[in-house]
Ligand binder design. Structure first.
Ligand SMILES: Nc1ncnc2c1ncn2[C@@H]1O[C@H](COP(=O)(O)OP(=O)(O)O)[C@@H](O)[C@H]1O
Ligand SMILES: [Mg+2]
Length: 156
């Protein structure tokens, strides 16, 4: 497991991080996004999903799953789950939502409010977003293959 702390001065920097992560993430990966309301979890997730769509020649809206809890996409041959668990009533709902299977199977899972999960994959990429000045501080913890070299790639 590796650690990386990155300052994201503006929303464009969050987009750049999402675009770089999109090239590294694939089937079977889970990303757990922590941070208060407005921290940028949905913004970063949208950047990851839309970069992957662009790479596969599709364009689709990526609405926040605030009320549906889960939005699913099929992009480039893999299932992508975007979950916002803020309004999750009980962890048992994770099964109905298909998120349990998605995390165990080959989907790419992007999960806001992972504190609501009763369990998470050991090799998940954890990202915390915290306001810093007018920007955000992103702290990434996870497998080296997802983290190594990100700082250089997003500043290039
Ligand atoms: N690095 C950044 N610096 C400043 N503002 C940002 C940054 N990244 C994203 N934002 C803005 O912060 C807001 C985040 O909203 P959202 O992604 O919906 O938050 P969350 O899903 O964490 O509740 C958006 O208005 C977005 O443009
Ligand atoms: Mg959100």
């Amino acid at each position: 497991m590796d650690d990386l702390s990155l300052f994201l001065p503006d929303a464009a920097a969050t987009d750049a991080l999402g675009a770089e992560l999109a090239t590294r993430l694939g089937a079977g990966d889970s990303v757990l996004l922590s941070g208060d309301l407005g921290a940028g979890k949905s913004h970063l997730t949208r950047a990851i999903i839309q970069t992957r769509m662009a790479r596969h020649g599709t364009v689709e809206d990526v609405p926040s799953p605030t009320y549906t809890l889960v939005q699913t996409y099929r992009i480039g041959g893999i299932d992508v789950f975007h979950a916002d668990l803020y309004r999750l009533g009980d962890p048992s709902e994770l099964i109905e939502l298909g998120l349990d299977d998605a995390m165990a199977g080959g989907a790419l899972c992007l999960i806001e409010w992972p504190e609501r999960l009763d369990h998470a994959p050991d090799d998940a990429l954890r990202i915390s977003l915290v306001p810093e000045g007018t920007g955000r501080r992103a702290t990434l913890t996870g497998p080296a293959r997802l983290i190594d070299g990100i700082e250089a790639a997003t500043h290039a």
